[in-house]
Design a binder for this molecule. Structure first.
Ligand SMILES: Nc1ncnc2c1ncn2[C@@H]1O[C@H](COP(=O)(O)OP(=O)(O)OP(=O)(O)O)[C@@H](O)[C@H]1O
Length: 471
């Protein structure tokens, strides 16, 4: 049985306690833990009202409520719970009736263990999908995140990111692998951590960057080794997969993995078991695997650099994180957050940000995404000698803009409508006055900083203010 059973539960209904016991044992011995049994069929509805069962396994012929009476009731009240009917009669008519009334599948007594497990596994899968659909529907109807605190490290105002968070809440509790794709520095590791938090798995989040690891290093780091496994293995080593037991193993830069290591990872995903180097003891693993990459997998697969079967296993759930330039609403909140952080780490007061810098930061396209934004902010704050950050502190942005003065965009004209501001089209002197007032407002009355912002000397600003009659 594969690994998607940890959060699943089964309700078995049969008036024969010996059958209940036997079915329970069959499921238990295959790793299914959440099993409850009822011998009185009239209790089924109230049990389903109180608990979230993934699957109901039910006898057809029972005293009290029979299968024929119960099945339509369950199909109507709990349509998302697959019901598997067990019947002693293998006549075609009963089977057709079961399926027509909404049974997910049927089987005849005596129950064959292999068939039971296969059917229950299929039903788990359907139940999981139905559950995800239910949650997604709720979200589409505007429901907020169930646990926003799981995403508290991610600063965003973008609707695309909010939708991604909602998707994460629906897929996080399943044990299936997740593949996160996105450009470098876009926040893939933060997203992986948010998935782990949302899964509420009790084990640890264990990250491993596989780029640059040769196959031996990969195997030793991931699986560990037995004492004496190779020259220099003086002590046994527990691999990272063991540290991630009950939790999440995050494999970063998976597109750079060697072909040999890909075979080993594929085996781990298929079998959920592994050997330490030098050991012939098979160890089971229940760690959930999240992988991340900034590569285009279709290109890697075509070039023969990545196994198609591994890709298919990894992308059971696939998440794409949009680059920062496609969610420009995030730029300013990120800038504000990291300016405050940088100032605190350099023990400086938190500076204001000049308007021209705000515009330039919004216009930039961030090929290195959030990581690049952070690095620019830290450099800018470190070198700034004033209480306001200006374009001067961000020479790379200044060079990009040529003159250093970013163009006023059309969108900006929506806010800054000259005629509406002045009631008539302004002349030069009106504009000078407006610019001077704005610069002084932004710099809290600091004339030196305001003059710098305006690109004029302090005495020139002083003269102009005197001409306007301003203090
Ligand atoms: N939405 C966000 N809010 C706050 N910080 C963020 C956000 N996204 C990314 N960061 C920060 O940006 C930096 C890069 O993020 P992260 O390491 O998660 O990116 P990545 O996509 O995994 O990068 P790489 O492709 O290089 O592995 C980190 O310091 C992270 O904390």
């Amino acid at each position: 049985m594969n690994n998607n059973v940890a959060n699943q539960s089964v309700l078995i209904v049969d008036d024969d306690t010996a059958v209940l016991h036997e079915l329970r044992l069959m499921l238990l011995s295959n790793g299914i833990r959440g099993i409850e049994t009822i011998s009185d069929s009239s209790e089924v509805v109230s049990r389903l009202e109180q608990n979230n069962y993934s699957v109901v396994l039910m006898d057809w012929i029972m005293p009290g409520l029979t299968g024929a009476e119960l099945l339509p009731l369950l199909a109507r009240r709990f349509p998302h719970v697959p019901v598997i009917v067990i019947t002693a009669v293998s006549d075609l008519q009963t089977v057709v009736r079961c399926i027509k009334q909404g049974a997910f599948d049927y089987m005849t007594k005596p129950v064959d263990a292999d068939r039971l497990l296969l059917t229950v596994e299929k039903a788990f899968h359907i139940s999981e999908l139905a559950n995800q659909n239910k949650v997604l529907k709720g979200y589409l109807l505007g429901e907020p995140l169930a646990h926003p605190e799981h995403f508290s490290d991610l600063i965003t105002r973008s609707e695309k990111m909010q939708s991604l968070f909602k998707l994460i809440e629906t897929v996080a509790p399943s044990c299936h692998p997740v593949l996160i794709q996105g450009e470098t520095g876009v926040g893939k590791e933060l997203i992986a951590r948010a998935i782990h938090r949302s899964s509420e798995f009790s084990g640890a989040f264990v990250p491993l960057n596989v780029a640059g690891l040769d196959d031996f290093m990969f195997s030793d780091t991931l699986f560990g080794h037995k004492k004496g496994a190779f020259t220099g293995a003086n002590e046994p080593r527990e691999g990272l997969i063991a540290k991630a037991q009950g939790g999440t193993l995050f494999l970063d830069e998976i597109g750079d993995m060697t072909m040999e290591s890909q075979v080993k990872l594929l085996r781990l995903l298929q079998e959920r078991e592994y050997y330490r180097l030098g050991s012939d003891v098979l160890i089971k693993s229940d760690a959930r695997i999240i992988a991340a990459s900034n590569h285009d997998f279709s290109a890697l697969i075509t070039q023969g650099k990545f196994r198609h079967d591994l890709y298919q296993r990894l992308c059971f759930h696939e998440l794409h994180i949009p680059p920062l330039r496609d969610r420009s609403q995030d730029i300013i909140p990120l800038v504000e957050h990291y300016v405050a952080k940088a100032a605190s780490s350099y023990e400086k007061p938190v500076p204001d940000i000049s308007r021209e810098l705000v515009v330039a930061l919004q216009e930039y396209d961030y090929p290195g995404n959030v990581r690049e934004l952070i690095s620019k902010i830290y450099k800018g704050v470190a070198q700034s000698r004033r209480e306001i950050l200006t374009l001067e502190d961000f020479p790379e942005l200044k060079q990009k803009g040529g003159s250093g003065k970013p163009e006023v965009k059309l969108a900006y004209a929506g806010i800054f409508c000259l005629q509406a501001t002045f009631e008539q089209f302004p002349n030069f002197s009106d504009m000078e006055r407006l610019l001077s007032d704005e610069a002084l407002k932004i710099t809290n009355g600091n004339k030196t900083a305001a003059a710098e912002l305006l690109g004029i000397s302090r005495p020139t600003l002083q003269k102009k203010l005197a001409a306007f009659g301003s203090p």
